[in-house]
Ligand binder design. Structure first.
Ligand code: GLN
Length: 483
């Protein structure tokens, strides 16, 4: 059961080979056994999960089951889920129980999926290693001395260790794709606006986007069918016709034009990662694709641009945590200003404070034009590079991350080194494009390598097709860690 695809699980549930209660219990038992070593989940609510499973069994018995009905899905702890503790990896929200459902949670509930638990993450989704979580680091299931990537590290570890059938993540600068790469799973960050951000705790609103993480592209397509869709409560949600993201999975790849950005294969890329990615490209040629070299000249500026814009937006978004309305409040204070100061000083961790300070600085009078406005202009140029590139290719491929999973603690003291982990993913968020990562081999240290596939706007169905055809021809996606 733990190796079954979502389609196989759905078929087994509908054929009554297993009930949702039995399946959910199997996963809960596995979580009880393995989560203490991995720290992938921060909150479980066995009673709530099993009650949902019971309701799903009733739906299945009544014959009104959908593709995801009865399937246990883990939710990144950034999504508000009614009655569930929702922490966003922070002491600030340690005791926060959400009074409402995020749109994504609502969609899964409506589909009859089971919320199996809330997964660990970097505090407020700021990080690339899951080490900034107030609830402690997550261990990579392939090697417990290494990080799972971040910020959706708990989700990536849970999927890799078979502690859920599939799960959700969010990606502001790479947080779905990078942990997917480091844990040897598949993950998709959709086009900005395709999945509603309502009830998803905000980090940098012009970049944040939720997406699915799972074992293979086919699973991601089923997850997208549930997650995506217009929601008027998110002003950036796009009003588009409902899509079947699985519709193109079986198309052959003859004639597919793959763009390889020369900037993604230059200095800084680990030679073992390069080798695995090049082997994947060779496989694509066998599947009928052709390769063109392209250039994304402005993407070299994506890290500095992101580290102006994302902190600017975060400093504004995180001002709501003031100790007054909800979240942590310092126990002792003298007056109102002191209460704000102490609550925020004690409730936020070091990385979050660093971002708030950078953000406040770049938005302040005198620096706004020099930093924030400049960064916005370069963001436009970065997006324009992709428009130009897509005149010559259908999808873009390259590495997801410059290296495989690094050791816990290895980059903790050097924020800039940590920021560089996202060098190939961030431009995609700045442009609002869809991007995914699929496993394509192993590096020198036997850790998984991710292949990044970047699509044009709204081209998720094609990207899933491109990933699925590769997964039919290779078996990297079905390798699982020995635990
Ligand atoms: N690692 C990046 C950061 O720290 C991206 C995080 C994300 O995508 N949520 O901001």
């Amino acid at each position: 059961m733990f190796e079954s695809s979502l389609k196989q699980l759905g078929d087994a549930l509908r054929a009554k080979k297993i009930s949702s209660v039995e399946l959910t219990q199997l996963y809960l038992d596995r979580i009880a056994q393995l989560n203490p070593g991995l720290n992938a989940y921060v909150t479980l609510n066995t009673e709530a999960s099993l009650a949902q499973a019971k309701a799903a069994d009733a739906m299945l018995a009544g014959g009104d089951a959908q593709a995801m009905t009865g399937i246990p899905v883990a939710q990144k702890d950034i999504f508000c889920a009614k009655g569930w503790r929702t922490t966003c990896g922070s002491k600030m929200l340690d005791n926060f129980v959400a009074p409402y459902d995020a749109h994504v949670i609502e969609q899964f509930n409506r589909a009859g999926a089971i919320n199996l638990g809330k997964t660990n993450m970097d505090e407020f989704a700021m990080g690339s290693s899951n080490e900034t979580s107030y609830f402690g680091a997550v261990k990579n299931p392939w090697d417990n001395a290494r990080v799972p990537g971040g910020s959706s590290g708990g989700t990536a570890a849970a999927v890799a260790a078979r502690l859920c059938a599939a799960a959700t993540g969010t990606d502001t600068g790479g947080s779905i794709r990078q942990p997917a790469a480091l844990c040897g799973i598949s993950g998709l960050k959709p086009t900005y606006g395709v999945v509603s951000r309502y009830g998803m705790i905000a980090f940098a609103s012009s970049l944040d986007q939720a997406g699915p993480m799972g074992r293979c592209a086919e699973d991601l397509a089923l997850m997208m069918n549930t997650m995506a869709g217009f929601d008027e409560r998110d002003s950036t949600s796009l009003q588009r016709d409902k899509e079947d993201y699985a519709r193109d999975l079986d198309k052959p790849l003859n004639g597919l034009r793959i763009g390889l950005p020369k900037e993604f294969f230059a200095e800084g890329l680990g030679s073992d990662v390069a080798k695995a990615v090049e082997a994947a490209i060779a496989e694509y040629k066998k599947l009928g694709a052709t390769v063109v070299e392209i250039s994304l000249p402005n993407t070299r500026l994506s890290i500095p641009v992101y580290y102006v814009l994302a902190p600017a937006e975060a400093s504004s978004n995180l001002s709501r945590f003031d100790g007054v309305r909800y979240g942590y409040r310092a126990p002792d204070y003298t007056d109102l200003a002191d209460m704000y100061e102490k609550s925020r000083a004690q409730g936020f961790g070091a990385e979050v404070k660093r971002r708030i300070m950078i953000g406040t600085y770049v938005l302040s009078h005198g620096y706004y034009d020099a930093y924030y406005i400049q960064a916005q202009k370069i963001r436009r140029l970065i997006a324009q590079d992709f428009v130009e590139a897509y005149k010559h290719c259908d999808v873009i491929m390259g590495p997801t991350s410059p290296s495989t999973a690094f050791k816990l603690g290895e980059k903790g003291d050097d924020p800039v080194q940590m920021y560089l982990s996202d060098i190939y993913t961030i431009a995609v968020n700045l442009a609002g494009l869809p991007g995914m990562s699929i496993p394509c081999g192993f590096g020198d240290n036997d850790m998984p390598v991710g292949l990044q596939i970047i699509g044009n706007y709204f081209d998720e169905a094609r990207m899933l097709n491109v990933a699925h055809q590769y997964q039919l021809a290779t078996d990297w996606h079905s390798r699982a860690p020995q635990i």
